[in-house]
Design a protein around this ligand. Structure first.
Ligand SMILES: [Zn+2]
Length: 313
C-alpha cells in the first residue's frame, strides 16, 4: 500500500517537472523558412504572418511605432550573439532585434550586474522580430523593440554552442506549489540583478512571477524604491521581462504611465496572485486566432513592412 502511494507521489512529481520543462520552448538547429503566403495582400490576414516572414530589419532610421502590443519597429539593430557579459539564446527564433537603446541597456546592465552582483553574465531571450510587430508565438507584447526577456539562469563560464543555445533549459525559479521561489534555485544575486535592472532610468517596468516578487519584497534590503517597477505577471518562472519607456522624442511611440503605489509588497497587492484561480487557471482551449491585421496597426507599419531589407549586421 505504501509502495503504491510512493509511486503515485513520484508520478505526480514527475508530471509536475515534465510540465515545467515543457513550459519553456526549445529552439532548433535547423530552422525552416515559413512557406510563402498564398495571398499576402489579403486584408484579413494576421499581421503576425507578414512580420514573421521578414528576416531582416527595414532599411530605415530606427523608429519606434505604436504600442508594446500593437506596433512595429523601423531600422532595428541586432543584439550581438556574444559579449563578455552576455550571450543570446534561441538564435533560431530570430528575435534578437531591438531598438538601439534597448540593446545598449542590455549591454550596460550585463556589465553592472557582473560588477555589483557577481552575476557572470546575462542570457538574453526574446527581444523582438527584425521589424517588430506581432509574432506567431510567445508574446502579445515585444512588438516595438522596447521589451526584452532575460533568463534567470546565470551565464555559464564558457561560450555556449549553438546546440546549447537552442536546447538548454533555463532554471525554474518557482516552487512546485507556486506559492514561493524554489530556495534551491534562488540566490541573493537574483534580486541584485533585478534591482540593477529596475534602477535603470530607461526601464519602466519589469515582469516577474508573483513568487519572485514575493521573494524580492521579503529579501530586498536598503533602498526599496526600485520595487515599484517590478510587477507580478503570469509565466515568468524562468525569465524576467524588461520593458523600456518610450525613448525621448519618439512621437509615434504609445507608451504607458509609470507605476505608482509604492513597492507593491502589501498583502493587498500580492494576495490576488496567490488565489487558487490565479495560481492554477482553468486551461482554455487553444483557438487559432488571426490576431491584429496590418490595417489595425499604426499606418507607418505598412511602410516598415514594405521597406527594403537593411544590410545584414
Ligand atoms: Zn517577455
Amino acid at each position: 500500500m505504501q509502495a503504491r502511494l510512493i509511486l503515485i507521489l513520484l508520478l505526480i512529481a514527475f508530471a509536475a517537472v515534465s510540465r515545467s520543462v515543457l513550459a519553456q520552448d526549445k529552439g532548433t538547429l535547423d530552422p525552416q523558412p515559413l512557406p510563402p503566403l498564398a495571398n499576402p495582400n489579403d486584408p484579413k490576414i494576421g499581421a503576425k504572418q507578414l512580420f514573421a516572414r521578414k528576416l531582416l530589419p527595414s532599411a530605415q532610421p530606427a523608429k519606434v511605432i505604436g504600442a508594446y502590443n500593437k506596433g512595429c519597429l523601423a531600422g532595428a539593430a541586432k543584439m550581438p550573439w556574444d559579449g563578455d557579459t552576455w550571450q543570446v539564446m534561441r538564435i533560431s527564433r530570430n528575435r534578437y532585434w531591438g531598438y538601439p537603446g534597448t540593446l545598449a541597456l542590455l549591454k550596460r546592465l550585463s556589465v553592472k550586474a557582473h560588477k555589483d552582483a557577481g552575476w557572470p553574465g546575462l542570457l538574453i531571450g526574446d527581444i523582438g522580430q527584425p521589424r517588430g510587430g506581432p509574432a506567431l508565438s510567445g508574446h502579445a507584447s515585444h512588438q516595438i523593440g522596447l521589451d526584452a526577456d532575460v533568463w534567470l539562469t546565470p551565464m555559464p563560464d564558457h561560450t555556449l554552442s549553438r546546440q546549447d543555445r537552442e536546447e538548454m533549459s533555463a532554471t525554474m525559479m518557482v516552487r512546485n506549489d507556486r506559492l514561493d521561489i524554489d530556495p534551491k534555485a534562488w540566490t541573493p544575486q537574483h534580486w541584485m540583478v533585478l534591482r540593477d535592472a529596475a534602477q535603470e532610468p530607461a526601464v519602466q517596468r519589469i515582469f516577474v512571477n508573483a513568487a519572485i516578487k514575493k521573494a524580492l519584497c521579503r529579501e530586498a534590503t536598503g533602498d526599496r524604491h526600485w520595487l515599484e517597477k517590478i510587477r507580478p505577471w503570469w509565466g515568468h518562472d524562468y525569465h524576467f521581462h524588461i520593458r523600456l519607456r518610450c525613448p525621448p522624442g519618439a512621437t509615434e511611440c504609445h507608451g504607458q504611465q509609470d507605476q505608482t503605489g509604492g513597492d507593491g509588497c502589501k498583502p493587498s497587492d500580492l494576495g490576488y496572485w496567490f488565489k487558487e484561480s490565479v495560481l492554477h487557471p482553468k486551461p482554455e482551449p487553444a483557438k487559432p486566432r488571426v490576431g491584429i491585421t496590418l490595417a489595425q496597426l499604426p499606418k507607418d507599419c505598412k511602410a516598415v513592412l514594405n521597406a527594403p531589407n537593411a544590410k545584414p549586421q
